[in-house]
Design a protein around this ligand. Sequence first.
Ligand code: SF4
Length: 520
Amino acid sequence: MWDETGAIRKDPGGRLNIALVYPNTYWVGMSNLGLHTMYRVFNDHPSIVCERFFTDSPRSVESSRHLNDFHIIAFSVSYELDWINMIRILLDNRIPVRREDRRGSPIVMAGGAAATINPEPVAEALDFCFLGEGEPLGDALADAFFASNGYRGFLERLAKVPGIYLPEQTRPVYEGERIRGFEGSRPVISVVRPFDNPGHSVILTDKTVFQDMFLTEIARGCPFNCRFCTAREIYSPFRPVEVDRLLPVLDRAARSGKKLGLVSTSLNNHPRLTRLLEEIDARGLKIAPPSLRLGMISEELLAYMKASRVNEVTLAPEVGSDTLRAALGKRVSGEEILKDVISLVRSGIRDIKLYFMVGLPGEEQKDIDDLIDLVKRIRQTFIQVSRGNRRIGRVSVSINTMVPKPHSRYERAALLEPGEAKKRITKIVKGLKSQSNVIVSFEGPKWAYIQALIARGDRRVLDVLTEMAAHDPSKWQEVLRSWPRNPDYYALREREPDEILPWSFYSHFERDQCRDGEEG
Ligand code: SF4
């Protein structure tokens, strides 16, 4: 049905059966490298059989089995809004949402970026959660499953594994609305070191976002420190993959006949970029670069992108003003951005996608004017340089409201009120309306509001998530209105400097060691 190659089918008999569920569509999920990695990790284990589920594949892709046929239901969750889909999947399969109502059968777990950033909104739904990098999970689950003879014994064995979080063993203590402290155990985030087994596409299909790419992870973590970002925080330290370790993956990519989709927060910072590009070139692979770090686009990379006929790149100036950009941790000026645009267009780039945000702490109306002005300058430069090319391309501008995320430097910041966010976005849209070759898109600020509510939620948020999952998605505002709690308390509010945050009971040891004194 899905027209794919690379799916793994194993006899489920005598094995630990894991349902790997991506709580979104097949189209979205199959471009998620984390899903490919966990599918490979689980199925590489001789005692595990792992099959995939999506919102539009309620039975397993591999064998059409039901969720209830599996010992463990493992949700891979990258985005907070997908927690609602996770609960909807449980409801649709008549699986009790709350852990206490399931009594160990089936076992429901979650991992992935959203789970690592803050698992608390769904903590009462999960038997366990995996925080951080999931590669050790296959061995840990198989060992605990086959060495124990029941649910309790299984969890007890798992509890010793770094990254495993058992919500029933950690209890937030509330005082009124606020959390006064935590009782019980304190998990840590799993970090894979050495990082020498990079993620890559396992199953190839044309029915996904990155359908023309073979995805390959060339580094994990990020050397920069943008204040709004969690990528740096939860996946530190920055670990480029040794080129020799990438060679077998490059060979597979070459055999796939697809472009090589390089996955990294910072391609420009791979310490052996020259050698890596040579090896890619030697295999005749074309590349699809990730978002490029502004101010650091080298001649060498430009030349390779030209040879690969890359015709679109993504850049993230984030804001229009240099001062605000520096304040959020990106020390690159508008002039440097324009220089990069010139270099990119000269090396054959036809279309440029720009990411911007509104609602950053300290943002003023002037910053919105600066954003409009920067896009106009980029467009003007882009068109001038493009005249030498056969076709003048597009500048696509994507605007999002900044959602303060747990573990980022802005984790305590207020969310810009949706009405004000809408005004600022509307001003940008109007300001750029008459600009030819510029296309503006944005995410509705109300989605940022829901995202913020969930992202910084505590265990009391599960009730409203369950109600949202049980109702038509268009009814979310009514559901929020009927919730006895105040959603603004979670979504909008700036947190007090001494307030104990719902996710503050677990930590990332290495990050805490190295965060002071660094800058983006
Ligand atoms: S460069 Fe900044 S935004 Fe990008 S991953 Fe690194 S810290 Fe995050």
